[in-house]
Design a binder for this molecule. Structure first.
Ligand code: AMP
Length: 213
């Protein structure tokens, strides 16, 4: 089974993709995570992606499509996968569709996680991340015990550059312009499913199972 998670940044695609991937025993592929891992390792791809990510823009399709295709053609993807954050443009969706078609294959489901912009803004601008272990917090919903210090490892907890308020608003603008049209794209293909992303994340797996089975 090949699944795409659609939705605005901060809609909860990553959380739902992670629990579903564990449940169905499939790789969870996040292009954002691939870029961040490359940045951490200081690769050229990571450095090129950083300027776009920090500005709340999309990394150009040429870079993104290439890394995604090289990932989904690895052996562990043969039985299926869950894509989180790809495709983000119609062009990316078309290339993925064409590449899969060459293999007589296709995406089975695209799940749209729907959350209003004002809820997203509160979620993202309040998010904090540990610079050492990557644990995530929220200043209102899941604060650290000590201000700025990770509960898990004692590392420094900071706001990601792309979670700064102006960048979040820019990311939402980019989402509406370039990514939201994918909802119609997959609806036309008859594979679109819908989840209300305002519900509690405790139900994350149940939400995904309900729309798939
Ligand atoms: P994410 O963690 O999925 O929110 O991605 C973080 C950032 O990585 C995005 O704001 C983009 O700058 C970049 N990115 C991730 N996936 C894509 C994609 N499919 N196309 C273009 N840029 C992407």
């Amino acid at each position: 089974m090949k699944i795409i998670m659609l939705g605005a940044p901060g809609a909860g695609k990553g959380t739902r993709a992670a629990v579903a991937a564990a449940h169905y025993n499939m790789p969870h592929i996040s292009t954002g995570d691939i870029f961040r891992a490359n940045l951490k390792e200081g690769t050229e791809l990571g450095l090129r992606a950083k300027e776009y990510m920090d500005a709340g823009e999309l990394v150009p399709d040429e870079l993104t499509v290439e890394i995604l295709l090289s990932r989904v053609t690895q052996k562990d993807c043969e039985g299926g996968y869950i894509l989180d954050g790809f495709p983000r443009t119609i062009r990316q969706a078309e290339v993925l569709e064409a590449e899969l078609k060459k293999l007589d294959d296709k995406i089975d489901f695209a799940i749209d996680i729907d959350v209003p912009d004002d809820v997203i803004e509160v979620r993202m601008t309040g998010r904090r991340v540990c610079t050492k272990c990557g644990a995530t917090y929220h200043i209102v919903h899941a604060p650290t015990a000590k201000d700025g210090i990770c509960d898990a490892c004692g590392g420094e907890v900071v706001q990601r550059k792309d979670d700064a308020p102006e960048t979040v608003r820019q990311r939402l603008r980019v989402y509406h312009e370039q990514t939201q049209p994918l909802i119609a794209f997959y609806k036309e293909r008859g594979i679109l499913k819908w989840i209300d992303g305002c519900g509690p994340l405790d139900d994350a797996l149940a939400d995904v199972i309900r729309v798939l089975e």
